[in-house]
Design a protein around this ligand. Structure first.
Ligand SMILES: CC(=O)N[C@H]1[C@@H](OP(=O)(O)OP(=O)(O)OC[C@H]2O[C@@H](n3ccc(=O)[nH]c3=O)[C@H](O)[C@@H]2O)O[C@H](CO)[C@@H](O)[C@@H]1O
Ligand SMILES: C=C(OP(=O)(O)O)C(=O)O
Length: 421
């Protein structure tokens, strides 16, 4: 298995480009199942999860052509299968978002249950109840979600019990082809939901209210092809901003969308990072500034994102002061803390809260990645630790960070990948 070796101590300096957002690209790829016409997607990030989603679409018969400019032309005609097999779903739980589009367009879908993962049990009850409200018949049998629709789905008013990004996306994609009006209440407001809605609108869907907690969809009979560019990755952006804050460097992030990062930017400014925004560029400067720890509580957008929690834990680990980080979205998202403690972090977990006392210096240790953002926090720790940190199980980081070692090296970090046999 591959490893990352990181020698700490370099201040990051320079400029990099931010990639397309994984969490927007995945549902957008699934949405191509809603049309029989080609959809041309640009700014797709080169990530394991994106490859898995393309492979999943491929097993169903979707045709994917990569154009010279690296955009992908995706055409979902004709499908020979409406099954998402366990072998692919188990490696990426976001595969469950093919359920809504398959059901709406083909009247049938068999999607392997995604199961739990390192950060929590992650049930899909809200997805299932939402699709049932649109008239689908759903059985969970032999480890599969087996969904059928007798004719077109029917628009309905759906109030989600809790805010779920994936359930909002799945039901939104089903509702665009349903007969009549669907209203989604307590819908997720994440920028990735907006990006998906904008793609669907470009395909001919009638959607209003995306970006608020009430989305209204007027179903149409069919959707057409279009060209669409995936939004920039706000979590990748936030991760590099934390890297600048921790290393005391000055970096420029290009092709990003600062408007999607309000909560993260506010907290980084509170921590002492100087941030300048010029359109789609962020310049972050920590030169000669003191890093202060900040309290954080994760919650659905527009509050502080759970996907930035691990990165803020490691930042607080080397900041001045004592901080409290509370995780309210996932029940088990502190797996990185034990690994950070191995690097000298002073942290105590109590239920869904961790109290971190900043230390002057982390020390390199062999560490193991447990999930995607936990991996990012260990890389960040390695960037400021004394000595060489070696990180195992880095397939997690390849799910969500495009060319992480190349980008960090471009900023002056000492990081190499050792390719395993
Ligand atoms: C591919 C993708 O976009 N992943 C993101 C998405 O995950 P994902 O869409 O899986 O996350 P959700 O918003 O659905 O999960 C939020 C909470 O709702 C719970 N829940 C969800 C669905 C359901 O049917 N029942 C239920 O109880 C989950 O267990 C969790 O506690 O949003 C999360 C929350 O911002 C992010 O951390 C993930 O990076
Ligand atoms: C939890 C994440 O992704 P996923 O929902 O795909 O597991 C993430 O991007 O941090």
């Amino acid at each position: 298995m591959d490893k990352l070796l990181i020698s700490g101590g370099a201040k990051l300096n320079g400029s990099i480009r931010i990639s397309g957002a994984k969490n927007a690209a995945l549902p957008i790829l699934a949405a191509t199942l809603l049309s029989k016409e080609p959809i041309v997607l640009s700014n797709l990030p080169h990530l394991h999860d994106v490859t898995t989603m393309i492979e999943l679409l491929g097993t169903m018969g979707v045709e994917v052509i990569i154009n010279e400019d690296m955009s992908a032309q995706i055409c979902a005609k004709p499908l020979h299968s409406v099954t998402a097999p366990y072998e692919l779903v188990k490696t990426m739980r976001a595969s469950v978002v093919v359920l809504g589009p398959l059901l709406a367009h083909y009247g049938e879908a068999n999607v392997s249950l995604p199961g739990g993962c390192a950060i929590g049990s992650r049930p899909v009850d809200l997805h299932i109840r939402g699709l049932e409200a649109l008239g689908a018949t759903i059985k969970v049998e032999d480890g599969f979600i087996k969904a059928k629709s007798n004719g077109r789905l029917k628009g309905a008013k759906i109030l989600f019990d809790m805010v779920s990004v994936g359930a909002t996306e799945n039901v939104l994609m089903a509702a665009v082809l349903a007969e009549g009006i669907t209203i989604l209440e307590n819908a997720a407001r994440e920028p990735e939901v907006i990006d998906l809605a904008n793609l669907l609108i470009a395909m001919g869907a009638k959607i209003t209210g995306h970006g608020t907690d009430k989305i209204t969809i007027e179903g149409v009979e069919s959707l057409h092809g279009c060209e669409y560019s995936v939004m920039p990755d706000r979590i990748e952006t936030g991760t590099y901003l934390v890297a600048a804050a921790m290393t005391g460097g000055k970096i420029t992030l290009k092709d990003t969308d600062p408007t999607t990062l309000d909560a993260v930017i506010m907290k980084l400014e509170e921590a002492g990072l100087h941030i300048e925004i010029k359109g789609d560029v962020i310049v972050a400067d920590m030169t000669d500034r003191v890093l202060k720890s900040v309290d954080v509580t994760t919650a659905p957008y527009p509050a502080f994102p759970t996907d930035m929690q691990a990165q803020f834990c490691v930042m607080n680990a080397v900041a001045n002061g004592v901080s409290t980080i509370k995780e309210t979205v996932f029940e088990n998202r502190f797996m990185h803390i034990d690994e950070l403690i191995r690097m000298g972090c002073d942290a105590k977990i109590n239920g869904n809260t961790v109290v971190i006392t900043g230390v002057k210096q982390l020390k390199a240790a062999p560490v193991m990645a447990t999930d995607l953002r936990a991996s990012a926090s260990l890389v960040l720790g390695g960037l400021v630790a004394t000595g060489e940190t070696s990180m195992d199980r880095i397939y997690h980081i390849d799910r969500g960070y495009e060319c992480i070692e190349e980008k960090l090296r471009q900023l002056g970090a000492k990081i190499t990948r050792v390719v395993g046999k």
